[in-house]
Write a protein that binds this ligand. Structure first.
Ligand code: ZN
Length: 243
């Protein structure tokens, strides 16, 4: 689980808030709130279901059984801050996951190891996602700078050139949120297969692990759908201006 990448529709501030943009923003905000609060509730609930191993033990065992010996499992501060870092080859588990022996902790730990397995096996979607990171950083930074510059040169920012640039940059971040989806679903698939095969969880616990990972994946789905809706809106503005 990483921080979700959802660009604020700052452009609405220049072109005004149309009913469409308000509906897109409102619906995205509402659905992402519903999904993230369900995820938090399920995670807290499943954190109360004890199993024999801590998140760190699960992670270390899963990595070893996948023949991965060069990835470290470390504890990271915060809640739901768990992630795999391919640059440092570390599985970073939040405190609640690292030292806890619950089915929720096991599901998250195994999911992050799923990313380490993807990396080790050169899983195509993960490789593509990693390659996109610099472009996404560039796009996000440029959009932030444009947003600030907007206040100083209002006329330029109402030109079609600016709108084309903005749509292009936004499209990069949208594509990134789409490429993230197969990476996330595949990591959960690997996690659940391993948890089941290793006998770490009973069938009842396994269903809970599946459910926790489903809601975690849904946060990425909502982010991607929200981004696609915004992109379509921006594209429609481009065509609107051309007429
Ligand atoms: Zn993930």
């Amino acid at each position: 689980m990483t921080t979700e990448l959802l660009q604020l529709p700052q452009i609405a501030l220049i072109y005004g808030f149309s009913p469409t943009i308000l509906i897109i923003m409102g619906a995205t905000a509402l659905v992402s709130w519903l999904v993230s609060s369900t995820l938090k509730r399920r995670f807290n609930e499943y954190s109360q279901i004890p199993i024999r191993f801590t998140g760190a033990q699960i992670a270390e065992t899963m990595l070893r059984e996948n023949g991965i010996n060069d990835v470290r499992v470390i504890s990271t501060p915060g809640k739901l801050t768990d992630h795999y870092d391919p640059t440092t080859k570390t599985v970073n588990l939040s405190e609640a996951v690292y030292g806890m022996n619950s089915i929720a902790a096991a599901a998250v730990a195994a999911h992050e190891c799923g990313h380490a397995v993807q990396h080790a096996k050169s899983y195509a979607w993960l490789a593509m996602r990693s390659k996109m990171v610099p472009a996404v950083q560039f796009a996000s930074n440029t959009m932030s700078m444009l947003f600030i510059a907007m206040f100083f040169a209002t006329t330029f920012f109402q030109s079609p050139v600016f709108l084309y640039a903005w749509v292009g940059l936004f499209a990069i971040t949208t594509l990134f949120s789409i490429v993230t989806l197969p990476v996330e679903f595949d990591a959960s698939k690997r996690a659940l297969a391993w948890l089941e095969g290793s006998g770490v969880s009973s069938s009842m616990e396994h269903e809970k692990a599946k459910n926790a990972l489903f809601w975690a994946a849904m946060t990425y789905v909502v982010a991607a759908l929200g981004s696609i809706a915004m992109l379509l809106y921006y594209v429609s503005m481009l065509f609107g201006r051309r007429d």
